[in-house]
Design a protein around this ligand. Structure first.
Ligand code: ME8
Length: 463
């Protein structure tokens, strides 16, 4: 049986999760379900990034110690994923003992190899990014991403010899054209790497919320060096080793640089096999505005679900925009898709056909209707993470089924053979939709697998 290892970023537990975090985690859930459906052994990892200055500051603001602070918020992430029907295999935290041990081991290895050396760093540090900037990166003295005033830091630091890996990285991108997806993002990374890579500061002394360096306890490990290794440490558990390397890392485009440049360089240095693919998806805005806690434009998980239910939210996020492109979230657009597509197309098909079968029964026959479903195409689209197009294909077939009821005038002809074809087609539709809308798909499957099929209850109430 083929294995499939999929990950999400590990999120900063400095606040409750919002729609952006849900998006990546849902994408991974959809992929995990699809691969399980195809009989693969799947390992789906998500979790939280507990260390670092950002978390230390957020905890301090609430007068909590960082461990206690993150324990609390990590629970909120787990609750949210449960509400959204996200079925992961492990929730890792960078404060987990097994993870910390792996990071310490790797740090020793990379240090002994000579890829870590001591120096001094002077630069502009944005805590929200957990990254250093040079003066020319700044926009009027502010962080180019967060537009907040930025502090100048000078500290003794250990450096990772990132510059040494420039050619190896370029070679990696060349030999593996699918390493960075989508393709347009790949080009951006290659161009930036070609401009040159500076060595990377990987330790901090100005706070202590992190993993102490095994060769100098005065320093804690830089949060990104610690965090990225979560993907690897989760596979050091007994029985999980076979899952390495990762088949696909799902991330948002904001953190592609860390994943496409730092991460493979760290792994090359540590002598560990590289992940197969990194997919950087687009960014959601909310009513055309940036999702930002500080400016009050966020939509949290309870708000998202309250609009039209879990399945409609899951459906909307992957139907509205292609994975890889930016999208705008609005309640209005979600409700429209809920009404016009889930209720009017899918819901209508299910309720009409079930009512007709209850009245007239079915008669087994060859299924010419089902042949109109292009399964091969759907498989390719799914494997290419073109979720919106997958849904487009399935809903195109739902239209064909609805037209079939209409053109055959089944309510007059009482055509049991056509009803059989429709029943089988609906079962196939429910299977293909299961990764996206698991709860409704299971209801449909259950309903149409019954010995005596009865008229179904309304699946999606119109809003
Ligand atoms: O970056 N639209 O954590 P984070 C789409 N801890 N996706 C969004 C989004 C939006 N508006 N906002 C957030 C970190 N995301 C690090 C990661 S991994 C080793 C360490 C999603 O809590 C998207 O997946 O800031 C993005 O990459 C992630 O949340 C950032 O989460």
């Amino acid at each position: 049986m083929e294995k499939f290892y999929i990950t999400t970023p590990i999120y900063y537990p400095n606040d409750i999760p919002h729609i952006g975090h849900a998006y990546t985690t849902l994408a991974a859930d959809i992929s995990a379900r699809w691969n399980r459906l195809r009989g693969k052994r799947v390992f789906f990892l998500t979790g939280t990034d507990d260390h670092g200055k950002k978390i230390a500051q957020a905890a301090e603001k609430e007068n909590k110690n960082p461990k206690e602070f993150t324990d609390n918020l990590t629970l909120k992430f787990k609750e949210a994923w449960k509400k959204l029907n996200i079925d992961y295999d492990r929730f890792i935290r960078t404060t987990d003992k097994d993870h910390e041990e792996v990071v310490i081991d790797i740090l020793k290895k990379v240090y002994n190899k000579g890829d870590i050396y001591k120096g001094e760093y002077e630069g502009f540090y944005c805590t929200a990014c957990e990254a250093y900037y040079t003066e020319k990166d700044l926009e009027e003295g502010c962080c180019p991403v967060h537009k907040t005033k930025i502090e100048k830091l000078k500290e003794k630091s250990y450096f990772f010899r990132l510059s040494k890996y420039q050619d190896k990285l370029l070679d990696l991108y060349k030999k593996n054209p699918d390493f960075i997806l989508p393709k347009d993002k790949r080009k951006e990374i290659i161009n930036r790497v070609k401009e040159g890579l500076k060595d990377l500061s990987i330790s901090r002394t100005s706070f202590d919320w992190g993993i102490p360096l095994p060769f100098d306890k005065e320093h804690v490990c830089y949060v990104w060096f610690d965090a990225l290794f979560n993907y690897y440490s989760a596979t050091r558990e007994k029985g999980k080793e076979e899952f390495w390397p990762t088949d696909i890392h799902f991330i948002g485009k904001d953190i592609l640089w860390f994943h496409a440049v730092y991460w493979p360089a760290f792994l090359l240095s540590a002598g560990i096999d590289l992940p197969k693919k990194i997919f950087a998806h687009g960014w959601w805005t909310f009513n055309k505005e940036k999702i930002s806690k500080s400016r009050g434009k966020v939509i949290n998980i309870d708000e998202l679900i309250a609009i039209a239910g879990v399945d409609s939210a899951r459906y909307f996020l992957f139907r509205e925009t292609s994975f890889g492109k930016d999208g705008d979230f609005s309640e209005k657009a979600l409700i429209e898709r809920h009404n016009n597509e889930l209720a009017d197309k899918l819901g209508n098909l299910v309720s009409r056909v079930s009512a007709l079968i209850e009245r007239h029964g079915i008669d087994k026959t060859d299924n010419s209707l089902l042949k109109k479903l292009n399964l091969k195409k759907i498989e390719i689209l799914f494997d290419n993470y073109e979720f919106d197009k997958v849904l487009n294909e399935i809903f195109g077939f739902i239209d064909i089924c609805n037209e079939y009821v209409q053109s055959k005038k089944i309510w007059e002809t009482k055509d049991k053979k056509a009803l059989y074809e429709l029943k089988e087609s609906i079962l196939k539709i429910s299977e293909l939709l299961w990764p996206f809308i698991p709860e409704s798909a299971e209801k449909i499957k259950h309903h149409f697998s019954a010995e005596k099929i009865k008229k179904s209850k309304i699946l999606f109430k119109k809003i």
